[in-house]
Design a protein around this ligand. Sequence first.
Ligand code: ZN
Length: 129
Amino acid sequence: MRLRTIELRTSARMEVRLITADVETALSEIGFVEGLCTILVPHTTAAISINENADPDVRLDVTRALAALVPDVPFHHAEGNADAHLLSTLIGVSLTVPYRGRLLLGRWQGIYFVELDGPRAREVQVWVP
Ligand code: ZN
């Protein structure tokens, strides 16, 4: 397995950032030609997702809607970021995407890094066989 790590710094507590080009650059630097790549966010208060990349308002709408999804329950987790852990679980922290010279995403799709408890320094791992 070969690995390339993308480093990024988020700028808000909740933020959805398009990282499709970063992932494609990582795959190109690895020299990957064709196959499935795995993209992992090794954090418990962040996530990764595929969604529309055409209209930036979608990313803002997703952020607002995610915040509204958090239930009004008394969390026990003393760190104060239980909402971020919950949303990370719901969204997920890894993707598997086919690649053949480029990521074989749908026309309107992009890869989103989802920050849920920023701002922080973050990593995204790109693995290939
Ligand atoms: Zn925590």
